[in-house]
Design a protein around this ligand. Structure first.
Ligand SMILES: [Zn+2]
Ligand SMILES: [Zn+2]
Length: 259
């Protein structure tokens, strides 16, 4: 299995996951927060065409995750998996002429050679889920857009070979930022986004025997730095700075193979 990011953060997210079994390869897009042309341009950067994408799995209705998902799906005739709550929040009109599949917490869905386990997270959306991708050999856990840790998410992410883990903000930087108090409360709240120290706690709590790769993601451009996020994750892993990668808004990250 391998994965790459087209971009990560509040301006737009899209994670590409490719898994092979035998002679076939399945490529799936997890969220699509970029417009059609921008998504195509960013896909080309990692050597993929729209027609390579077998399905789009969606986490929740916020624009940085679905801003381009249904338009891209309609244009390129790609089916979309989402929770019923996300569908309700997005509205029927936005999904018109798109083949939809509904998913729910703890019920695995299969797209070609890949399967995805949705798990519920605390976030201020209608029915938000995050996913653990599995190609039968390796597991990639993804967690962004969660306000706090829960035993449910710690269990879901345990035993993964690789993780993409939100490090949204540094608490002090958020507190001292120019954001209005209401926005600070939303981001830092129990249904907002993960602070570096909470991400580190999650990383410390999960079962990590197979874990080889950790990528910090969905960093705030204003209230965090790659160095702070990296330091928090490395602290929890007892690892060196070079062992942890950080996804960025503009570049995402290039293919990472889970060996
Ligand atoms: Zn987001
Ligand atoms: Zn969100």
């Amino acid at each position: 299995m391998k994965f790459a990011s087209l971009g990560s953060g509040s301006e737009g997210n899209a994670l590409i996951i490719a898994g092979a079994s035998g002679t076939t390869t399945t490529t799936v897009m997890l969220d699509c927060g970029f417009g059609i042309r921008e998504t195509e341009r960013r896909l080309a950067r990692i050597g993929k065409l729209p027609q390579d994408i077998s399905g789009i799995v969606v986490t929740h209705e916020h624009q940085d995750h679905v801003g381009g998902a249904f338009k891209f799906a309609r244009r390129h005739r790609i089916p979309v998996w989402l929770t019923y709550g996300t569908f309700q929040a997005v509205g029927e009109e936005a999904c018109k002429d798109v083949l939809l599949h509904f998913c729910r917490d703890s019920e695995e869905l299969v797209i070609g050679d890949l399967s995805f386990m949705p798990y519920t997270v605390p976030h201020d959306a209608r029915e938000p889920v995050q996913y653990v991708a599995n190609d039968g050999v390796r597991k990639l856990g993804v967690l962004t857009d969660a306000g706090q840790s829960t035993s449910h998410l710690v269990q879901a992410l345990s035993g993964c070979d690789a993780l993409v883990l939100e490090c949204n903000h540094d608490r002090r930087m958020l507190e001292e930022s120019v954001y209005p108090p209401s926005l600070k409360r939303r981001i830092g709240g129990a249904y907002g986004h993960l602070a570096n120290d909470t991400s580190a706690e999650i990383l410390a709590a999960i079962e990590k025997q197979k874990l080889k790769t950790v990528v910090g993601a969905h960093l705030s451009l204003k209230n965090n730095t790659p160095e702070l996020a990296r330091a928090a994750l490395c602290g929890a892993l007892d690892a060196h700075a070079g062992d942890v990668m950080i996804a960025c808004q503009e570049e995402g990250f290039d293919w990472i193979a889970i060996g």
